[in-house]
Design a protein around this ligand. Structure first.
Ligand code: NIG
Ligand code: FE
Length: 403
């Protein structure tokens, strides 16, 4: 892998581009930042003399943002796929000692180097499809040293690949085997030792909890949120995936960046999210893999004006997906999002779910240069094709990174 710093600079005037609105556009990049964007006949004199990159009519979008992933883990769980095909549910697999805890075993056994290598390979698939910013959660270590190992890998991936990474501490993902029957003790450990230590090491951009009957209760979730709030760290939540726990309303009270999954979200939860400006993160890969039949309340979210993001939820249990465009397609096909909603879901709203709306998810002057040129004419094609990678070129953090 060539070092990111040796990739060609994207500085110059990008012309012959077609925007998402179908109109011709141009982008001036200087010092790795977007200096200007607008109609090709309105290029300011100062930018007209820059070296030119010819887009030849390519559709251009902001760099994609994958706002919910569990990218760093050991092993894989194809055996559970087989168990579910034979009739077991996700909860039954978890209760039989599989599920998250089985990835915890494999992640604890893996070295930092091994985790870096496997996550790096997965990240490359996402980057090749235009991802320029990604969230990476811990949650397969469930002990300080192993959560640290995961988060350190996430930070290293950012440097090695020149991609924006937001780390999320998900120590409250599942009860580790050594704490069975002592959930309260484990949550105390998460709040009093793990979170403060990892925060002090600069490894935590946000805090997440899996609030579910097979994971942590509403009261335990609130305890973790309080610990995060005391340290000034934003929160998000795996909420109402398998049942309505009231997690979304709680998260909204803590000003959560996002509530994710939300198949069983109630109107009360929707109203609380709308009032708090919390993003709804839709995860059609997990819905599909688990053959869920409870659709997230899309029409009610839309009516309430809750911004909807779409993400891979890449993880070895419920969403072994490495294509954000496929998730956009599934968000349309399975959840009935419109194409503009799906595109906003993997760009601007996804950036907002990470608190990155000032710098990512849009093509705007002053933002770092992150954009994708596609071998496509029509914006709807982004969500229409699946199983191909219609990327012509990716500009990531001011460099021509793919294509
Ligand atoms: O987002 N729901 C909880 N966490 C993951 C699944 C993790 C796993 O099964 O390993 C999710 O779907
Ligand atoms: Fe998840």
């Amino acid at each position: 892998m060539p070092s990111f710093d040796t990739l060609p600079s994207a500085d110059g005037l990008w012309t012959g581009l077609t925007g998402l609105d179908g109109q011709p556009c141009a982008i001036a990049v200087q010092g790795g930042q977007i200096a200007w964007t607008g109609a090709p006949d309105a290029v300011p004199a100062g930018h007209a003399a820059l070296p030119q990159h010819a887009g030849q009519g390519a559709l251009v979008t902001p760099g994609l943002v994958d706002c919910h992933t569990h990218l760093v883990y050991g092993g894989q769980r194809a055996n559970e796929f087989a168990m579910r095909l034979a009739g077991a549910s996700y909860e039954e697999v978890a209760q039989a000692g599989g599920g998250i805890v089985s990835s915890v075993r494999a992640t604890r056994e893996a070295t930092e180097e091994e985790l870096f290598a496997s996550a790096s390979a997965r990240l490359q698939s996402l980057l090749a499809e235009g991802v320029c910013a990604i969230e990476i959660k811990s949650g397969y270590g469930l002990a300080l040293e192993h959560e640290r190992k995961q988060l350190r890998v996430a930070r290293r991936l950012a440097t090695a690949h020149g991609v924006t990474v937001r780390t999320t501490f998900l120590g409250a993902h599942a009860l580790p085997p050594e704490y069975v029957g002592r959930s309260g003790d484990y949550i105390d450990l998460v709040c009093r030792e793990m979170l403060p230590a990892l925060h002090a090491e600069g490894l935590v951009d946000a805090v997440d909890v899996f609030c579910e009957r097979i994971a942590f209760s509403l009261a335990e979730t609130e305890q973790v949120f309080r610990a995060a709030q005391a340290l000034g760290i934003p929160v998000k939540l795996h909420a109402e995936q398998l049942s309505d726990m009231g997690g979304a309303a709680l998260a909204a009270r803590y000003g959560a960046l996002s509530c994710d999954h939300i198949e069983h979200l109630s109107q009360e939860g929707i109203d609380a999210m709308a009032a708090a400006g919390t993003v709804a993160v839709l995860l059609p890969g997990a819905y599909y893999t688990l053959r869920d039949t409870q659709l997230p309340p899309i029409a009610a979210l839309r009516a309430a004006g809750v911004p909807m993001a779409v993400s891979t939820d890449h993880n070895p249990g419920t969403s072994p997906a490495l294509s954000l465009l496929l998730m956009a397609n599934m968000a349309c096909t399975l959840f009935r999002l419109t194409v503009p909603e799906a595109i906003a879901g993997i760009t601007t709203h996804a950036a907002r779910a990470l608190g990155l709306q000032a710098t990512h998810g849009a093509i705007a002057a002053g933002m770092p240069a992150n954009f994708v040129l596609w071998k496509l004419q029509d914006a709807a094609e982004l969500a229409y094709w699946f199983g191909q990678r219609p990327v012509r070129c990716v500009v990531r953090q001011g460099r021509i990174a793919e294509g």
